[in-house]
Design a protein around this ligand. Structure first.
Ligand SMILES: Cc1cc2nc3c(=O)[nH]c(=O)nc-3n(C[C@H](O)[C@H](O)[C@H](O)COP(=O)(O)OP(=O)(O)OC[C@H]3O[C@@H](n4cnc5c(N)ncnc54)[C@H](O)[C@@H]3O)c2cc1C
Length: 362
């Protein structure tokens, strides 16, 4: 079978790996003249790592990760620990430089599979038995196939950066809640540290002449090593993005096209699950093509399997995001009182449905 994957992001590349492994002929059509990811960090949770293991690439991917205790180290803006990472109780996440994760996935594909500089505007242009629309949150194929579906919704704003190697080291993964904003830190391989500031905002698209200075102003007085991390980041490399998500769609498939990753279910990053879900999608789609008799049946199975889970994750991430950037004066007070009292079993009950996912058996 001939499959065309539109979009060479983390979702598209993983889909291409999974489909090739299932024996299909695959091309990746990418609009950008060169395939690469932007310079920031991202974490993968156990559910995504299990999916990558099912594709036989888990260990090669893990070789580029650092263990982050972000899920266990929760702090207030003054630096007080509301909770501390404890091995055995808290699950570390695998933290990556995005560019490196993307490169490892790209290296799994023969060179002639990927066609950079190829923009797909219309699914009917594509000569393939199956089209995987992995063209991101602003997916043109989603708009074409589901014109009535609502577009992305602005939720808040976020800055990201990566420190120069060795400048602030060692560093622990941690998550700090302040009023109207959060600051997240992951250690990365190569003695680098990635950080993100998420902050409440009313309007999308607002940008500052000096983004790093703006971040520094917003977290003035926050605990160490936040000021040091900002000072150790080259100002021109600081990224500022609108944080968007999508209302759950009524379908992820139409005819021979399957939406995958952010094109199907962009989520806010508050659960660290956007790329993880794209990776899950890829593995489930390839498995459905293996077990179902034809493409329509496989796409129907993919749609059934993925939509409910994606909707759950979208909504859970959104409500976490609302709390994380809440400007209510009482939110940090409430978190400060509740988080230290929260038993591990309660936290496990929240994360288990997400991190406990396993890929379909081969
Ligand atoms: C601040 C922030 C932090 C995040 N942190 C995490 C995290 O820690 N963990 C996690 O799992 N997720 C995280 N995410 C989410 C994650 O980045 C995304 O969910 C993931 O990258 C989506 O991958 P994708 O392949 O679906 O889409 P994209 O990465 O957007 O790729 C889409 C690709 O399609 C191409 N394209 C677009 N239109 C066309 C066209 N017409 N023709 C051809 N090609 C086209 C684009 O050029 C692009 O290469 C975060 C997101 C943000 C914003």
């Amino acid at each position: 079978m001939k499959a065309a994957v539109v979009g060479g992001g983390i979702g598209g590349l993983t889909a291409a790996i999974a489909l090739r492994l299932a024996g299909h002929e695959v091309t990746v059509l990418e609009r950008a003249p060169e395939l690469r990811e932007i310079g920031a960090g991202l974490s993968l949770a156990p559910n995504a790592l299990r999916a990558l293991d099912a594709l036989g690439v888990g260990d090669r991917v893990r070789a580029h990760a650092a263990a982050s205790g972000v899920t266990g180290n929760l702090r207030t803006s003054s630096g007080r620990y509301l909770r501390r990472f404890r091995a055995g109780r808290d699950e570390p996440l695998a933290a990556f430089h995005r560019g490196e994760l993307h490169r490892v996935l790209l290296e799994e594909l023969p060179e002639d599979v990927v066609r950079p500089g190829t923009e797909v505007r219309d699914a009917s242009e594509v000569d393939a038995d199956l089209v995987v629309a992995a063209d991101g949150v602003h997916s043109g194929l989603r708009r074409q196939l589901f014109p009535a579906a609502p577009g992305p919704v602005f939720r808040y704003t976020a800055w990201r950066g990566v420190t120069e190697p060795g400048s602030v080291w060692p560093a622990e993964g941690c998550f700090t809640n302040g009023r109207g904003a959060y600051f997240m830190v992951h250690p990365l391989p190569g003695k680098r540290v990635c950080w993100a500031l998420g902050a409440a905002a009313d309007t999308p698209g607002v940008r500052y002449p000096d983004e790093q200075a703006e971040v520094t102003r917003r977290v003035a007085g926050w605990h160490r090593p936040i000021p040091e991390l900002l000072a150790a980041t080259v100002p021109e490399t600081v990224l500022h993005n609108d944080i968007l998500d999508l209302e759950p769609l009524d379908a992820f498939v139409l005819d021979r096209v399957a939406l995958l990753g952010d094109a199907a279910h962009a989520v806010v990053p508050d659960l660290g699950q956007g790329a993880c879900q794209a990776i899950e999608d890829a593995v489930v789609l390839a498995a459905a093509l293996r077990t179902e008799p034809d493409v329509p049946a496989a796409l129907a199975a993919y749609d059934r399997e993925r939509r409910k889970r994606a909707a759950y994750i979208t909504r859970t991430a959104r409500s976490k995001g609302v709390a994380n950037v809440s400007t209510a004066w009482w939110m940090p007070v409430l978190l400060g009182a509740l988080v230290p009292l929260m038993p591990a079993s309660v936290i496990r009950r929240q994360t288990e449905p997400i991190w406990g996912w396993s890929p379909p058996s081969p």
